[in-house]
Ligand binder design. Structure first.
Ligand SMILES: [Fe+2]
Length: 234
């Protein structure tokens, strides 16, 4: 079965089975992280964290967010997995690249990682912040081209950042105040895709809240949803 959760920020306890007491994880399960995976950060602890993740009985597939060490992620071998491009980190840990369409268990999902770091002023370039956090024009275009090839029809759109319409809505209802112009192109792109591409549900992370939203959109943080059933299991 396929599951999705939000920002992990390197906290590997998030992958420990007891956090989802109602479920036993097996090799037939994949847990997708909607960005800010944070377990590859150019730190000594990275390998220990990845060793732990590799010991788990299920597959882990992460979109990148904004808080990632992109040069380290991009150094892993690139390969095709379930129809889209990934970086293979460990035998059961993969980075789902931007603008790809993956087909898993008969479900098609479009991925677009990346986002803007609102705390960039407190971060050090090359140590705790990397400029690749926002998607490039090529990545946006590759996404549009892959969607077109798929007949603009997927089951799920998965991103780290939120579509601009959702950001505006959250601001209107007083739940989330931050709208950064630096992230606007990504939010506009995601909103355009949501309008143009037939999909069942849109999941994103980034804003650190678990909330079901209008237009079949869900903000993810610690919650875990089953993509096959739509049910929240944590
Ligand atoms: Fe985050």
């Amino acid at each position: 079965m396929l599951y999705i959760t939000g920002d992990v920020h390197g906290e590997i306890t998030r992958f420990v089975e007891p956090e989802v007491p109602s479920k036993t994880w097996t090799g037939a399960d994949t847990l997708i992280v909607a960005g800010d995976f944070g377990c590859i950060f150019g730190l000594k602890m990275d390998e220990q964290k990845l060793d732990f993740l590799e010991s788990l009985p299920y597959e882990i597939a992460f979109l990148d967010g904004n808080h990632e060490c992109f040069p380290k992620i991009y150094a892993y071998p690139e390969e095709t997995w379930r129809g889209g491009k990934v970086h293979r980190v460990r035998h059961n840990v993969r980075h789902l690249m931007r603008g790809q369409i993956f087909e898993m268990e008969g479900l098609r999902m479009f991925t677009m990682g990346g986002g803007y770091s609102i705390d960039v002023g407190m971060r050090i370039p090359g140590l705790s912040w990397w400029p690749e956090e926002m998607p490039s024009r090529e990545e946006y275009e590759e996404g549009l081209s892959n969607l077109e090839k798929a007949g603009n029809q997927v089951d799920f759109i998965l991103s780290h950042a939120a579509p601009i319409g959702t950001m505006n809505y959250l601001k209107e209802i007083g739940v989330f105040q931050y709208l950064f112009p630096q992230e606007r192109p990504l939010g506009v792109y995601l909103e355009q895709i949501a309008g143009d591409v037939s999909h069942r549900h849109f999941y994103f992370g980034h804003i650190h809240m678990d909330r079901e939203l209008p237009d079949n959109r869900t903000a993810l943080y610690h919650a875990v949803y089953c993509l096959n059933t739509g049910e929240r299991i944590r």
